[in-house]
Design a protein around this ligand. Sequence first.
Ligand code: ATP
Ligand code: MG
Length: 168
Amino acid sequence: EFVNISELFNYILNRFDMIIANDDAPEKTYSIHREIPKSGIWVELDPSKFTQVIDNLMNNAIKYSPDGGVITTRLVDKQKEVILSITDQGLGIPAKDVDHVFDRFFRVDKARSRAQGGTGLGLAISKEIVERFGGRIWVESIEGKGSTFYIALPYEPYELEDEDDWND
Ligand code: ATP
Ligand code: MG
């Protein structure tokens, strides 16, 4: 299925804004900053699977940011590829662990992570899904400062057809 990636990304993030707006559950204060231009980028993917990936990245950004903070979301058109990113101001990931966070059941700090709940499968599943769409997922992180998770998805740039084609 082809989806407008800017619209879908915004739609998923709207649900996290609604969680913030819920005064009954002010578990954590965070705010989402968006740099998501409107675009005519259509990507072939399964929207519910893609939602699962963004949900996990957003939940991680919140879960591993003790003080909440600002979560910055971006969409950058690279022509033939669109890059989405989610940046938090949280714990970050130690350099020695960065290469392992996409491994099944890997968790940076076993004790801390256990207290936070979860299985350590979220990123392994996310990687599988993104790669099935023909994309890539990776992270850049500085311990104690925060992390940015990136997703690159391929797409076919829309080409204007000759007017004749429209009249056929
Ligand atoms: P699950 O997603 O299955 O509920 P989880 O969040 O622990 O559990 P993953 O999403 O796979 O599992 O993440 C793996 C580990 O990578 C986490 O346990 C955490 O240690 C680290 N991690 C993931 N995202 C971040 C982040 N944004 N900041 C700091 N550490 C992170
Ligand atoms: Mg997770």
